[in-house]
Structures are given as C-alpha cells and as structure tokens.
Write a protein that binds this ligand. Structure first.
Ligand SMILES: C[S@@+](CC[C@H](N)C(=O)[O-])C[C@H]1O[C@@H](n2cnc3c(N)ncnc32)[C@H](O)[C@@H]1O
Length: 379
C-alpha cells in the first residue's frame, strides 16, 4: 500500500520537481527499447516516456495484431506524442503492420528513435533492415497534422482524413487547454477510417493525494485538486481540471513553491471522465471501453494496473463503421459545446479569481518558514 501511495505521489509530482527516473540524459544514451523499469523524463520537460502502459498497451498491441490479420490492404496506425518511441518500437517489433506513423512535438525527443532506425537500417539482418521501411517519423504539433505537408506526402497527397485504422495517444491530453482538446478530438475522429479506433490514455481528475506529506509538491497538488473539486460543482465548467500555475499565485506560499518549478509555470488539464465522455459523444464516437489505472512499484519497476478511481484513464473509442463522408469541424458541432471548449481557459481563470480563497478556506496552504530560509510546510 505504501509503495502504491508513494508511487502515485511520484507520478503526480513528476511534472513538478521530483525526478522519477534517471535525471535528464543525453539522447545518445537513450534506447527506446530499453525504457523498461521506470518512466524516463523527456527532453522538452513535457513529462515522462512511460516504461509501460499495462493492460491498456497490451490491448493496443493486440488490436494491432488483429488488424494485420484482418486487413490485407494498407494497415496504418498513428502514435501521437510518442516521446522516445518506446511503444512505437513495440508495435514495429511485434507486428507486421504496413505503416506505423510516429508523431512527436520535440525533435530532441525523437532523436533516440531516429538513431535506432538508422542502426537497424544498417543491420545485416534483412528482417531488421526491412522493418525500418514500415515506420515514418513525423515531428511537430499533433494538432497541426491536418495541414502538415510531410504527412500529406506520406499519404501520397491524399490528406489524412479516413487514413488510419488505429490512433494511440498516451499522456499528452493534460498539456492541452479546452480548445486544443477539442481540436485533438476532431482531428482524431477525421483521421480514422470508419470503424477505426482511438486509444487515449490520460491523467484523470481523480487522484489519491497522500494525506500526511508536507512537502511542497504535495501542497501544490492538494491546492490544485481542491480547486478541481470546487470547480466540478459548477455544471457550466467543462474543464474543472484546467489550471495554469500563474492563476494559483494567490498566497505567498504558493508563489514560493511555484517559483521553484523546474520547467517554469505551466498549464495542466486533468480531464474528468464525464467530460471525456461528453466530448466523445458530441463528436459521434462509440465508446468501446473506459478504465481507470494506477501506477505501482513492483520489485523496483513501475507498472500500471487497472484500479477503480486511479489517477490515469484509458479510453477506447470507435468511429462508427457506417460513418459517411462528412468531415467534423467546429462549425458543424453544437455551438454551446464548442463555446465551452474555446472559453475553457477564461472560465477557469475567472473561477479561481472569484471563487477560490487561498489560504482562508484551504488551511493546508500555509507556510511555516523555518531553518534559516529552508522552507518547511505544515498543515
Ligand atoms: C508525458 S510524455 C508521454 C510520452 C508517451 N506517449 C508515453 O505515454 O510514454 C508527453 C509527450 O507528448 C509530447 N507532446 C506534447 N504536446 C504535443 C503536441 N501538441 N503534439 C505532439 N506531441 C506532443 C511531448 O513532447 C512529450 O514527448
């Protein structure tokens, strides 16, 4: 139990300051196939490349294999926000899918995968050599993929709509605000072939925060989740977990701990299950499954296991098999829903300004600075 709590804490504070894995390494020393025991920090400060996604990842690989058996034509999958490409390499090694497209925002994060493919291309083993041709790397913002000329060229200039059998995106959505989440879902829906599936794994807004840990990351998380719980009570808020650190600087103590965030102040969006379901429904997706997961330490390795109420959420969605040609755009969705997504940042900023009273109503956000400038915190 303790191990589970500790690890939950480590994972939740990974975007704050704790370093789960080895500290930032040079990309030369990273092998995407050797990220085995712990998540590994990315080069651009956007979280970790997970060492495993547990049952969710197994299902995805199984689905890839099923696809290869069922479809004799081009089977194409897309992995968005792939970081170092650990899962992409699994898909390449464990299937004969004809086309694995790997997208990642940071070219630095993609370097280990580039090196891996380069060394495979020079291998004397022809199977190894041939595998390289089945993978394409697509650096850049996944939200801009509809107009990405490189993607268009990969698809023989046909455009990406109705082109992919499977799309996987893990641990990326929480970097997006409401408008970006909407764009993400629209692109994903349009890119899928009818009957194609999206695998989405993300941080949910359900969390286990250790009660008696006074360190700053925990206070930060407690403050964040106190806001989320308050915002969830307002039915007009679609993204109660959308919080920019700079909106939190309401007490000298929070200001102090946020000053020490290594990657600067940022935006995080822990999206409730209900919101994800609502968005999927608005788009016209069919829900195949939804499962909560938690991270555990087992024999020194981090693993993700199904657990009700866990802090991670895995969603499998399908574009209806009989879906016609209509492309989804912001213009043909419900205007109230679109406005809720586009105005999400402003809404939460105002909510924190007007409804959240730190520290008066939240006594845990209090600082006792002791030990000659060494900050210590007490609830
Ligand atoms: C927390 S890591 C997750 C990596 C991997 N998907 C996993 O689950 O292990 C998030 C990754 O998403 C990438 N990312 C963030 N925003 C993105 C965007 N708009 N387009 C593409 N990738 C993005 C980051 O650069 C980072 O490598």
């Amino acid at each position: 139990m303790l191990k589970k709590i500790l690890y939950t804490f480590i994972i939740i504070s990974a975007t704050f300051s704790c370093d789960v894995s080895a500290s930032l390494r040079s990309t030369k020393s990273i092998d995407p196939e050797e990220i085995k025991h712990r998540p590994l920090k990315t080069q651009n400060g956007k979280g970790m490349n997970f060492n495993n996604l547990g049952a969710f990842e197994k299902d995805f690989i199984r689905e890839c294999r099923g696809l290869e058996l069922a479809d004799e034509g081009v089977q194409r999958i897309l992995i968005k926000g792939a970081a170092y490409g650990r899962l992409a390499m699994r898909a390449l090694r464990e299937t004969y899918l004809t086309h694995i497209v790997v997208n990642e925002l940071s070219t630095k994060n993609l370097e280990p995968l580039v090196s891996k493919l380069f060394s495979m291309s020079r291998s004397k083993n022809i199977t190894e050599k041939a595998a390289v041709d089945r993978m394409s790397l697509l650096p850049g913002d996944c939200l801009e993929l509809p107009s990405n000329p490189q993607l268009s060229a990969l698809l023989n200039d046909t455009g990406p709509d109705n082109s992919f059998d499977l799309i996987m995106c893990a641990n990326v959505l929480h970097f997006f605000d409401g408008e970006q989440v909407l764009k993400f879902f629209i692109n994903t829906f349009n890119f899928l072939k009818p009957g194609g599936k999206a695998y989405i794994f993300t941080d949910s807004s359900t969390r286990t925060i250790p009660a008696n840990n006074f360190s700053p990351p925990v206070i930060y998380m407690k403050a964040t989740f106190a806001i989320i719980e308050a915002a969830k009570k307002d039915p007009s808020i679609l993204f109660p977990g959308l919080i920019h650190d700079k909106w939190l600087q309401k007490s000298p103590f929070l200001k102090e701990i946020l000053k020490r965030k290594p990657n600067g102040l940022g935006l995080a969006n822990y999206i409730p299950e209900q919101t994800l379901q609502f968005i999927s429904d608005q788009l016209g997706f069919e829900t195949i499954s939804k499962t909560y997961y938690s991270a555990f330490l087992v024999d020194g390795s981090a693993i993700i296991k199904e657990e009700d109420g866990g802090p991670h959420y895995g969603l499998i969605l399908r574009k209806p098999a009989d879906y016609g040609d209509t492309k989804v755009t912001m213009e043909n969705l419900d205007p109230t829903f679109v406005a809720q997504c586009l105005g999400a940042q402003e809404k939460m900023k105002r909510f924190i300004e007007t409804e959240i009273d730190f520290p008066a109503k939240y006594p845990f956000v209090k600082a006792k600075i002791k030990d000659k400038g060494k900050e210590k915190v007490k609830e």
